[in-house]
Design a protein around this ligand. Sequence first.
Ligand code: MG
Length: 247
Amino acid sequence: MIVIKTPSELDAMRRVNRITARIRDELAALVRPGITTLDLGNAAGELIRKAGGVSAFYGYHGFAGQICVSVNDEVVHGIPGPRVIQNGDIVSIDTGVCYEGFIGDTAITVAAGEISDENKRLLEVTKASLAAGVAKAVVGNRLGDISHAIQTVVEAAGFSIVREFVGHGIGRDLHEDPQIPNFGKPGRGPVLKAGMTLAIEPMVNIGGAKVEILEDKWTVVTKDGSCSAHFEHTVAVGLKPEILTLP
Ligand code: MG
């Protein structure tokens, strides 16, 4: 069942997502060669605490980080740790915050130092695919319109969409209905209604779409070792899409 948020619940979603977006951007600004992914995790813990929230990810099914940090061929769900970020790496930061009982969720992939032209294009295409999906989050469209818009941008660029992990409804819970695949047919699935809040999050690989999970039981990596990017916004469906994860 897809939860329709009341006006006051939407206001709470605006507040938590604005905070989450600010923290995302502050963390992105810290990314540079020489720091560890745990440095980012620790900074996130401090920023979330100062904002009066708690991490929406820490302890989720036993996840041991304040945020997810995924480098290069790591797609999503990287656990902050001793890995040192190198010049040329791309670093995905997924931030989830719980505040006033509601959850904000947003992700960005950024360059550490000077990255390859191919990785630059990966970041641009993934960001553009998110924008195309978000643009379809309007009243009267169907869920498949979002999925199809994302897939179209990614595949036109010659990249692959990860299929095993998808976007989701969000609100009081991190993962609510519906699931939002980043591929699919237009005109299919539930009709979008005002007050739905959706976390839209394409995960895009330079190489093949296949992924696997490392022995830590969390980190998702591309099977072929190619680089992967991840951008995510939490959006309220309306007559126009309202991106809640803007700072
Ligand atoms: Mg998410």
